[in-house]
Structures are given as C-alpha cells and as structure tokens.
Write a protein that binds this ligand. Sequence first.
Ligand code: ZN
Length: 167
Amino acid sequence: MSPSGLLVDPFAFTRESREITERCPVDSFERLADAVLLPEGSLQATFRGWQDADGKSWLKLDLKGALVLQCQRCLEALTWPVQVASLFLLVREGDALPDDDLEEDAWDCLPVGKRFDLRQIVEDEALLAMPFAPRHEECSAPSRADGGERASPFAGLAQLRKPEGRG
Ligand SMILES: [Zn+2]
C-alpha cells in the first residue's frame, strides 16, 4: 500500500498553493472507527493551502461523507451526513501561538512540523462533527429506548381546527 498522499510538508503545501483530494475509509482511522456504530464507508477530504500577503500559511479542509452512528432513541443504525469546512492557521511547532488569534472562531491554530499527516485533521474534524446523541428524525423501528408514547406528527392539527375568529 502506498503511503498516504496526505503526509505532506505543510508549509510547502501552503507556499505552493497546493490542493489535494483524498478518499479516506472510515475503518482506516482507529479512534473514528471506535466511535461509530459501524466503520463503513469513507470520507472525502479536500485540502487547499495558500499564503496570504502577511506570509501567514492557511489550510482549508472540506470534508464530506457519511458515518454510521447509533440512534439514541431506537438504538438502530443511523447514517449521519458529514459536511465540514474548517480553516487552519499553520504555526511552527514550538512557536508561540499568536495572541490575537486565540479567541478567533473562524479558524484554529495548527502547530505543525516539517512533516504532517493531514489525516490527523480529517479524523479530528470527523469526531468533532459527530453529534453527542444522534437520533433519527423519525424512528422506523419499534422504540426500545423510551418505551413510551411518541408525539403524533398530527397532534398540531387539533390547534388548527379551532373555530376561526369572526371579523
Ligand atoms: Zn431511531
């Protein structure tokens, strides 16, 4: 098996404005495979790098795909779509993080060395995108988890049937 195309020199990647798209099987990530119900399918990761006028190195990740999670209501499988766009400001490992960027929500600082496996970010971002308690919008399987009544989607109709005001 060839080495991952996502193992790069990150500063060369941004300096040369490179772009790479790689399909990453879910079962190729140890932590992610443990976190999902079934380690099936893959995530498609597209990285773009560039340097701005101040010489700062930026890396953008677009991550797409699906994860098979467990519905916390009926405990059956649930396919959770993943669509993440993340922006990173590269800083050299060991360098101080820029103060003014610490509270910035639009990007994260990413300390990197001369070689960096971008797959680390793919796994981290996929884990971050996973909901804490995923649920089907409507469970098709008989409910085992709550065992109680489920609100009818038509319950709201009773409200609509009230006599209308005359005017
Ligand atoms: Zn469910």
